[in-house]
Design a protein around this ligand. Structure first.
Ligand SMILES: Nc1ncnc2c1ncn2[C@@H]1O[C@H](COP(=O)(O)OP(=O)(O)OP(=O)(O)O)[C@@H](O)[C@H]1O
Ligand SMILES: [Mg+2]
Length: 263
């Protein structure tokens, strides 16, 4: 079976700097992959590369067996921040409608099938109750859910979510993770989910992709979130503290816990 994502010896250079090098990973269809790593490690860059939005400088990157950009109709993408649409006067529902595959020009006049798809995406993202309010007046957490609905329209085979938990309180983080997991179970969608805190995803991830120091490690939490593996990636002494329910990543050199359990 063709993997959802096949990455071989990938290198990405930008602005004269090597951002990623020697990254290899194979992700199977239907997997839930948590992507972690420090700020500036290249997590967003990798997601943009698989969408064809950022050129690769060496190696191979295939999405459902196709070159980056060629499988975008199968991908639902939630970018890291919604700054570009922040001030829009459109309602949340219109905003979600507007991303439907560009089937028509001008102001969209959605068919009833299209209206149903939009309603379903809003429902799946838990955003139905405020779908008719202007996007600009929604709270950051509500905006997150509307952007999630945008990524779920057109029933994607792969959902790519860049820090969807960033503006959510712990309860809503849990609800959103449950939503995504339910969707994955019902539809078999592959999920790539970037987060800084590994803990909200512990119960749902199949494997983690940890990116640091330009490289990456893919495996189960027990394989990757270990002191030797993270020390190798960060290029500095790292410790991992595991309790029954939580995982804490600690820099042993500075003796400072990275924002208490944040990667
Ligand atoms: N267009 C660009 N030109 C030059 N450098 C870039 C460009 N885009 C990103 N970078 C650099 O690439 C590196 C990786 O950025 P990226 O946004 O992928 O990090 P990240 O892991 O997503 O970080 P964060 O956790 O802060 O979101 C950063 O050092 C960033 O400055
Ligand atoms: Mg990022």
């Amino acid at each position: 079976m063709t993997p959802a994502l096949s990455i071989r010896d990938l290198g990405i250079r930008m602005g004269g700097r090597q951002i990623l090098h020697g990254v290899s990973a194979e992700i199977h269809e239907g997997e839930f992959i948590g992507i972690f790593g420090p700020n500036g490690a290249g997590k967003t860059t990798l997601l943009r590369a698989l969408l064809g939005l950022c050129p690769i400088s060496c190696g191979e990157l295939l999405v459902f067996g196709k070159s980056p950009g060629k499988a975008n109709h199968s991908i639902g993408y939630m970018p890291q921040r919604g700054d570009s649409i922040e001030g829009t006067a459109l309602s949340a529902r219109s905003l979600v409608s507007a991303v439907r595959r560009g089937e028509s020009w001008g102001i969209p006049w959605p068919s009833s099938a299209s209206r149903n798809d939009v309603a379903l995406a809003l429902e799946l993202a838990g955003a139905s109750s405020y779908a008719d309010r202007p996007f600009s007046v929604l709270s950051p957490g509500e905006k997150t859910r509307v952007m999630l609905a945008q990524s779920l329209i057109d029933k994607p085979r792969l959902v790519v979510l860049d820090e969807p938990l960033a503006s959510l309180d712990p309860k809503n983080q849990m609800l959103l993770v449950e939503h995504i997991e339910k969707l994955r179970k019902e539809t078999g969608t592959t999920v790539l989910f970037i987060a800084h805190d590994i803990n909200p995803l512990l119960g749902v991830m199949d494997r983690v992709l940890f990116i640091a120091g330009g490289g990456a490690a893919l495996g189960t939490v027990d394989e990757v979130i270990t002191a030797p593996s993270l020390t190798r990636l960060y290029g500095m002494e790292m410790d991992v503290i595991k309790t029954d329910k939580h995982v804490f990543i600690v820099s042993s050199e500075s003796n400072v816990t990275e924002a208490a359990c944040h990667a």
